[in-house]
Structures are given as C-alpha cells and as structure tokens.
Write a protein that binds this ligand. Structure first.
Ligand code: GLU
Length: 291
C-alpha cells in the first residue's frame, strides 16, 4: 500500500448524485478514512456537451448533506486544461502519440483502431496514444486480475478529442498524479479504462495508484442505474437512511439501533471491510428498493 493514503471521488456533472455513484463515493471515502488518509472530490467537467447545468453544485451539496466531508477544496478539471495540453504535447513530441483524422464512420466496423493515421504527420485535432504490442496485467483490490493484450484488445486510443477537448483517459491520469492519489475506488463500468490509464501513466512517467472497482448497481433490466432515473431511492431517503442503504449494499452490517448520521459514519469507519463488498449486487435486493 502507498502511504500516505489519498483517495478521491470524481463525478462527472451530468446529472444528480444517484445511488450508484453514491456507492463509489462511500466506498472511496471509507477506504480513505480507514487508512487515516485523505479524501478529495474532483468534478470531471471537461465535456461541456454532456454537462447538466447545476449538477456539479448539486452533487457537492448532496455529498455534504450525506456527511461525506472532503479534506481539500473541491477541484474542477475545467481549470486544468493547460496541464492536459502539456501532457498531450509531450506525448506527441516524444512520438508516443499521433494525430488522427479518422471519422467515426470510417472506424465503425473496426474492433480496435486499425492504425490508419499512425505513420502519417497530420494536422488533425484528435490525438491517439500509440499502444505497444504487449500484455498488461491489471491487479484489482477486489476483482480478479485481468490480462489485456494492448494492441489486440485496446488499440491506439483517443487522448485528445476531435472537438478539441481532452479525453477522459488523459485528464484522469494527469489529475490523479497531480493530486497524489494513491488508490482509485470506482465502479466496475470503468474497469476497462484501467489498462488504458496504467499504460498512459507509464508513457508519461507518472506514479501508478492501486485500483479497486466496486460492482455496478443496475436497474431491473440489468442496465447501469441512470442519473436521470426517477425511481432512484436517493430521491426519497433521509441522509441516514441513504448511507445505511449504501453501507448494506456494500456488504457492511450497521447495527439497527444507530439512528444518528454522525454515529453511523463513526461505526462505518471503524468497521469498514473491503472483503465484505459483494462481487455483484443481488438484483433482487435492488428490485426491493424500487429501482
Ligand atoms: N467521472 C467518471 C464518472 O463519473 C469517474 C472517473 C473515475 O472515477 O475515474 O463516471
């Protein structure tokens, strides 16, 4: 384990905090508190077309109401564009990345990027990272270890978008390093981003945090719980009940007699056990929540 521990919750402001994202927030928060570490909030607001006005402020306020206190001021990726540009320039200059003019349509049927622009010197806006032909192993603190063949399974991936915005993979890696994050706790929907991020860290010479992916909360149709889901139990629960529910889903068993939010957090920090997190959330229990 890296010390001192620094963890983070990094929501995109594309809607309200919902039960699925709350689980990542709670798990990352408890990991940090359990390790006497620090917990930070980073708003990933680098995708204006997907952003929902007021969502960032709403998420920050909800986290506060639910008793998740960050140790530093909330950071916003939109303030960091210069650092992302610097990183992408470094990768281009060192020939670890290349400009790409391929359209979505052109790549429609390709399972991974076929390398069309790899050897060209284009003036295009989009930039891809050149991946090496080798294996990359991802060790997860909860999930089973995964092996990726970089070229075959992942291919050269976008690190700067055609609409001149930094890609998620690049921004996350630059910020996790700048914020000194030692462990990333997030949902399983991002599990396949991890090999990309580990590879980018290698290319940029950045330290590598540990990773822990918690299962994904799905609706009754097996889809990831959406931020716009009106059935989200968070809409109707008091803070204490919402945190109790999150803890139960995460496999923790808070005693029924604790009815105070602060006391519930004290209990959760003292008793937090990663090994009790289920590998999958039982669909039946989610159904019972009305999702
Ligand atoms: N911003 C991402 C999301 O809301 C999470 C990024 C991360 O935790 O690495 O899905």
């Amino acid at each position: 384990m890296h010390t001192p521990y620094r963890g983070r919750f990094a929501p995109s402001p594309t809607g309200d905090l919902h039960l699925g994202s709350l689980l990542s927030a709670v798990a990352s928060y408890l990991q940090a508190r359990r390790h006497n570490g620090q917990w930070l909030i980073r708003i990933e607001d680098i995708d204006p077309p997907r952003e929902i006005h007021g969502s960032a402020a709403g998420i920050v306020k909800d986290l506060q109401t639910l008793g998740l206190q960050a140790d530093e001021a909330v950071s916003y990726q939109s303030n960091n564009t210069a650092a992302y540009r610097q990183a992408v320039t470094h990768l281009l200059v060192s020939a670890k990345a290349f400009r790409c003019s391929c359209s979505r349509k052109q790549l429609k049927n390709a399972p991974v990027y076929p390398g069309n622009c790899r050897k060209l010197q284009l003036d295009a806006c989009a930039v891809r990272l050149k991946v090496a032909t080798r294996q990359l192993t991802v060790i997860d603190l909860l999930q089973t270890t995964r092996e990726y063949a970089l070229a075959e399974n992942i291919g050269d991936f976008i690190i700067w978008r055609a609409d001149d915005l930094p890609a998620y993979q690049l921004a996350v890696v630059v910020d996790d390093a700048a914020m000194g994050i030692t462990e990333v706790v997030r949902g399983c929907d991002l599990q396949d981003s991890t090999p990309r991020q580990l590879y980018l860290q290698e290319c940029l010479g950045l330290p590598q945090p540990d990773y822990l992916h918690i299962p994904l909360l799905t609706d009754k149709n097996g889809r990831k719980l959406s931020k716009r889901d009106n059935d989200d139990p968070l809409n109707r629960l008091q803070p204490q009940a919402a945190i109790r529910l999150a803890l139960q889903l995460l496999g923790q068993q808070p005693p029924l007699e604790i009815s105070d939010l602060d006391k519930l957090w004290d209990w959760a920090i003292a008793h937090w056990q990663v090994r009790n997190i289920p590998l999958q959330f039982p669909t039946s229990s989610i159904r019972g929540l009305g999702c």
